[in-house]
Design a protein around this ligand. Structure first.
Ligand SMILES: C[S@@+](CC[C@H](N)C(=O)[O-])C[C@H]1O[C@@H](n2cnc3c(N)ncnc32)[C@H](O)[C@@H]1O
Length: 296
């Protein structure tokens, strides 16, 4: 049986994207694209988008990566855009053990082939209805290296150090509203990242001037509650979502929690007067090693 947050999200799937776009005046589309471009600049072998919902963020990242691959293909004039053989060669590379991969990279001439491994983007959520919508609307739209899986962020089904990057958009508030409740989630994300890996957190934030913050909270209370309820038909769902925005952490507080979880070089990009923000956080090589030693 579904409980709490999972049940809320299962009830608002059909109109979820539309309400987001209306409430943010379409800005959420640009913000996700901007975050996805940041993920594209660090193309790796496997990227995970947690709390993916209907898969918009995962889809944007996969699009950026597919574009990068096709640019490389055009340059090297080798395989075509999103070629299935290229994708399957990448998947088989993912199945290599760390030792095999290291050997492959060390041997002369293999640097080029390692660089050409195409990306795999995984969207993860614990709400089956959201995933069903994601698979229906995103996976079939074009040949992208994109898959969706059902799991809880509390226990990510990946080995330590397995992923090049992790992203989350407009869902951190659902994981926790205080440093104490968020910390275990960030530690779990940190665990699955490889050293040098990147975490991108896109979330609503708290604008700095008090008057603007109050204006923003008033808008959220009225618009999210009334518009969300009217369009989705879910009174509880949008009352819950509206209540989490004013209670969420400031960008500085969120940066501190990320650092507590082990991340370093935390950067904040404020969006639209600070009503939203992108946090970038890295799992540094040296810090990762120190954390490993202490946790042994
Ligand atoms: C507000 S939606 C965000 C969806 C999407 N990322 C976006 O940008 O619109 C939050 C999503 O997080 C999922 N979620 C919340 N807590 C979760 C958890 N512990 N594990 C997995 N998914 C979770 C919900 O099922 C829901 O689909």
């Amino acid at each position: 049986m579904k409980k709490g947050v999972q049940q809320i999200f299962s009830q608002i799937v059909p109109t979820y994207e539309l309400i987001n776009h209306l409430l943010t005046w379409g800005l959420d589309i640009h913000w996700r694209r901007r975050a996805a471009r940041l993920a594209g600049s660090r193309q790796g072998s496997c990227w995970l988008d947690i709390c993916t919902g209907t898969g918009e963020m995962a889809f944007n990242i996969a699009k950026v990566w597919a574009k990068n691959i096709s640019h490389k293909d055009a340059k090297s004039n080798k395989l075509g855009k999103n070629s299935p053989s290229r994708i399957s060669s990448g998947l088989s590379s993912l199945r290599l053990t760390t030792d095999e991969r290291r050997k492959k990279n060390n041997s002369k001439g293999h640097l080029q082939s390692f660089r050409s491994i195409p990306a795999l983007v995984v969207g993860l959520d614990f709400c089956w209805e959201m995933l069903h919508q994601a698979r229906r609307s995103k996976t079939s739209r074009m040949a992208l290296p994109l898959v969706f899986i059902q799991a809880d962020v509390r226990h990510l089904p990946f080995a330590a150090g397995a992923l090049a990057g992790v992203s989350i958009s407009f869902a951190t508030r659902n994981l926790g509203l205080t440093p104490e409740t968020l910390l275990p989630f960030f530690r779990e994300i940190y665990r699955v990242l490889r050293p040098g890996g990147l975490f991108i957190n896109l979330e609503t934030s708290q604008p700095r001037p008090a008057w603007l913050r109050q204006l923003f909270h008033t808008y959220v209370r009225f618009a999210v509650n009334s518009l969300g309820r009217k369009i989705s038909g879910s009174k509880v769902g949008y009352a819950y979502l509206a209540s989490t925005i004013p209670r969420f952490l400031s960008p500085e507080e969120l940066s501190e929690v990320l650092q507590l979880a082990g991340f370093s070089r935390v950067k904040v990009i404020k969006l639209w007067l600070g009503v939203a923000a992108i946090h970038l956080a890295f799992k540094d090589y040296s810090v990762a090693r120190t954390f490993e030693l202490f946790s042994q």
